[in-house]
Design a protein around this ligand. Structure first.
Ligand SMILES: [Fe+2]
Length: 311
């Protein structure tokens, strides 16, 4: 089960600690920062706190895509407000990345910067379909962004001035895959590229990609992770009976965790920010502890198609 590891202000400046934080994350712990470890102007926080629930399209979080410098799901009727949120998220994304470049220096050269998001909704009682619910324990897997074994690392900030963000965590990926992988619940997919259908599908996807069509090319690893995500959320017995730890992340605190490894649920809390980083296998200190390595050991199958990673 995950433990919360306190990171004191400025502790990361000591070069002795260079590997310490990556190690803690890779064994499945949560790094906890009692204060925001970089400058975040109060007027930016105040602006985000004024955002009303329901003002954004379809009650979705607002995402910032750093590679395109764009935001999604903003209110089209309020272009000035949208521009302001855009600026704040750009600033947050840069500040987190700069901070993590120092904290997690062994990863920094290899990681891929993914989306940041602003979560203005109260998680408690939020009406979402089962697979989209955040208050059910799960491991993260992105249906439209296959990982091919890359790790999902997420940095969260609770900007709510009064209310903590409450999480549950449960068993790590390895235990869940042992418990539910294969015939026990989530089938292990076949190694990639062996069936005729696989080969045909791959050809078609690579061909479409040449013409700029975005086709998510899921590896067997991605198929398993997505199925496990759904299986856990839809499994009432697991949700009720699995071992649980409850964590409260107070106002102005931050936390960092591999969410593809640590099963988690957000029970309550409103107004959080988050930045995702994707860490490739080659940057990990202990790649043998990663979900793809565990899955390949358990299934005896190859879970990633190297041709699809490059394409
Ligand atoms: Fe999650």
């Amino acid at each position: 089960m995950a433990q919360k590891k306190l990171v004191e202000m400025g502790e990361w400046e000591n070069p002795k600690n260079r590997l310490k934080y990556c190690r803690e994350l890779e064994i499945g712990n949560i790094l906890f920062f009692p204060q925001i470890p970089f400058s975040f102007p109060q007027q930016e926080i105040d602006f985000l706190l004024q955002q009303k629930q329901g003002s954004s399209k379809a009650r979705k979080n607002i995402a910032y895509k750093p590679q395109l410098d764009k935001i999604t799901n903003h209110d089209p009727k309020d272009p000035i407000g949208a521009q302001k949120i855009h600026d704040i998220l750009r600033h947050y994304s840069k500040a987190v990345t700069q901070f993590l470049t120092q904290l997690l220096s062994p990863y920094a050269k290899e990681w891929k910067l993914d989306y940041a998001s602003f979560r203005p909704f109260q998680e408690k009682g939020r009406k979402l379909r089962t697979r989209a619910r955040n208050d059910l324990l799960h491991i993260d897997s992105f249906p439209t962004r296959p990982m091919h074994g890359m790790r999902i690392l997420r940095f969260f900030t609770n900007i709510n001035p009064q209310e903590p963000r409450t999480w549950l965590t449960s068993q790590p990926f390895e235990e869940l895959a042992q418990q539910y992988g294969g015939e026990k619940g989530v089938p292990f997919p076949e190694s990639p590229g062996y069936s005729q259908l696989d080969r045909l599908q791959k050809k078609l996807k690579l061909w479409l990609k040449q013409f700029g069509f975005k086709v998510p090319m899921r590896s067997p690893y991605d198929q398993f992770m997505l199925q496990l995500h759904h299986f856990l959320k839809e499994n009432d017995y697991f949700q009720k009976n699995c071992p649980k730890d409850r964590w409260e992340f107070p106002p102005n605190s931050c936390w960092l965790v591999f969410t593809d490894q640590v099963s988690h649920a957000a029970l309550s809390g409103q107004y959080a920010l988050e930045q995702t980083l994707l860490i490739p296998q080659k940057a990990l200190l202990q790649p043998e502890r990663s979900p793809v390595a565990i899955l390949e050991r358990l299934s005896g199958k190859n879970m990633v198609d190297s041709e699809l990673i490059q394409s």
